[in-house]
Design a protein around this ligand. Structure first.
Ligand code: NAD
Length: 296
């Protein structure tokens, strides 16, 4: 069993770290929030008093941070960068959703010191993180992927090697752009049905069994009360914040611009999430975008 330094124990990182503990690994856990560390320690993790403390003797480091600037600063450009403190034979697995260019530049900075770093963003939400059924999309060499796989297997069910460094982030940007389009489209259809007299649960079931079926209808229904155990039935608390979805759509739009790929649906979804965010909903789960339709 390995010693794993885990940094970033929020909605996703917390349950992911706990699954590594449950698999028998020794997990040294650090987050800026003491409550987040305590949550992992209560399940058998070891409290680290700093990021440096978490990684110093680690065989693997896993990071699950909000955005590229946090990853860049933590490993490369901050006051006391972690690349100066990890062992040479460590494998760093960054599961945060960040831009591919930052993932590549951190991987190169690591490589220049003889250290392995891969991007391995995830899909599956907080439910998938808790259940250990996340999808991982990894970018790195075949050798690095093979080394990471047993660790990723403890936290996920479908583990993909997307390609070289940054490829995991490209796959993730494509997936989340599609998710945003599906969630806004599902919200639009549900709202129209309800405004025309349908029961949201009945309409959801009809569409789920018909050609409009998609992930939002299957496991993450945005209409309150239709599905138990999802953010829409808990005042849109927890889950995947509007702020983070807006960030991800920004990454997708940047990628579309750089590659001259047309993304009219993605930019429309980004405009809707932007409006929802400036209305003061940035901290709510992203399925709350249905309010944008209901409030009209
Ligand atoms: P979160 O805000 O709940 O957690 C982020 C954690 O990182 C926080 O606890 C914060 O205190 C900690 N943190 C920030 N900077 C730090 C630092 N320098 N050192 C230590 N800890 C630090 O976010 P989340 O929902 O867990 O998402 C994390 C990443 O996963 C994001 O990139 C997000 O886009 C991605 N993601 C989220 C979901 C989801 O459903 N929530 C799904 C897939 C991917």
């Amino acid at each position: 069993m390995a010693t794993i330094g885990f940094i970033g124990l929020g909605n996703m990182g917390g349950p992911m770290a706990i699954n590594l503990v449950k698999a028998g690994h020794s997990v040294k856990a650090f987050d800026l929030s003491a409550a987040a560390v305590a949550n992992v320690v209560s399940e058998g993790g070891i409290s680290a008093h700093s990021a440096k403390d978490a990684v110093t003797d680690a065989d693997f480091v896993v990071s699950m941070l909000p955005a590229g600037k946090h990853v860049q600063s933590l490993f490369v450009s901050g006051d006391d960068p972690l690349l100066d403190h990890v062992r040479k034979d460590v494998l760093i697995i960054d599961s945060s959703t960040i831009d591919a260019a930052t993932a590549q530049s951190v991987a190169m900075a690591a490589e220049a010191r003889g250290i392995s770093f891969i991007d391995a963003p995830v899909s599956g939400g907080v439910g998938g993180a808790k259940a250990g059924t996340l999808a991982f999309m990894a970018g790195g060499s075949a050798e690095q992927f093979a080394k990471a796989k047993p660790i990723l297997d403890c936290m996920g069910k479908n583990i993909f090697h997307a390609g070289s460094h940054g490829a995991g982030q490209v796959a993730k940007a494509c997936n989340n752009m599609l998710l945003a389009i599906l969630m806004t489209g599902t919200s639009e259809a549900l709202n129209m049905g309800v405004k025309n007299g349908l029961d949201p649960a009945v309409l959801s079931e009809i569409m789920k069994q018909s050609s409009g079926s998609n992930w939002a209808l299957q496991v993450y229904n945005p209409f309150p009360g239709v599905m138990e155990g999802v953010p829409s039935s808990n005042d849109y608390q927890g889950g995947f914040q509007v702020d983070l979805m807006f960030k991800d759509l920004g990454l997708a739009m940047e990628m579309s611009q750089l590659s001259a790929s047309p993304t009219p649906m993605g930019s429309q979804a980004r405009a809707l999430f932007n409006l929802h965010k400036v209305n003061g909903n940035g901290g709510l789960d992203f399925s709350s975008v249905i309010k944008l339709y209901q409030d009209q």
